[in-house]
Design a protein around this ligand. Sequence first.
Ligand code: DNO
Length: 349
Amino acid sequence: MKMTFRWYGSGDKVTLGDIRQIPCVKGVVSAIYDTPVGEVWSNESIAKLKADINAAGLEFEVVESVPVHEEIKLGGADAPRLIDNYKENVRRLGEAGVKCICYNFMPVFDWLRSELDRGLSDGSNALAYDHATVLSMNPLTSSLSLPGWDASYDNDGLKDLLARYADIDEEKLWDNLAVFLKEVIPVAEQSGVKMAIHPDDPPWGIFGLPRIITCKDNIARMLAIVDSPANGITLCTGSLGVNPDNDLADMARTFKGRIPFVHLRNIKITGEKCFEESGHRSSEGSLDMYEIIKALIDTGFDGYVRPDHGRMIWGEKGRAGYGLYDRALGAMYLDGIAEAIVKESEVRR
Ligand code: DNO
């Protein structure tokens, strides 16, 4: 398993030099951030990103994300052109040596939290989700700015978009996902790229919008749409794990060979549909990180992993969930577990 670290490009307060000093991290997960969603990324931008990352002594083999335009999720009139653009991005990234592309198919909102800086008992701050609070928010008038909310929509744009989704139920969204996968996966195969859909976070519907990548059965359904190793998932433990019915170690075993990328993070379930993002350590939260990593290693996982959302610790200020210190602690902890599991299995052999 290759340990990577997410980096938001040259504007990120966390530098490539910082990342290079985390002993287990070999590569950076990044994206082109200055091109509008749906457009083709320039070869120059891709080459520059790769060159900067490589110059820091790190690999650039994972992109997170190539975002899917809303028109594609809606099955709108412009979807064919936007899917063609998407395929071109997959080709260009493959040529640049990218091996895995993470994306999601969540309508309108990406990950969603009700709080960005809940104080935890140890004095750190973390992201948290309280379902009642989310239900009480109106996305059209809320003054809350959440990290998963695309700031490029003004309120009118958002209102129009939400109105268009009124006709899109789960089955329609499945249809539109199938159209996308049938077009994109063959290109990924030819380009040496594995596509890794990110689960919906949280894995339940919000504001009446459908969410479908939420549980084992639905992941199996999505993988069956195009039965190819290039059609894979990002096993995001924190996203799926907030539903106690989702058994992450079982999913790691079941979807063996179809998991090119794993986001390893812990969460603490604090009530029904309520959680806070704890430190990575198993005892801090509701997920057994050892069992999940063991299931991955036992089934021959050789893909990319990264620590995910960190708490804000030691006075760090920065992008919610994406500071340096707690993610670095997480990476080292996860890498330590993996080293022990690999060595023990070698001794047994
Ligand atoms: C949040 C991330 C997600 C993820 C996208 C993938 O921290 O895990 O925003 O990058 O959903 O497209």
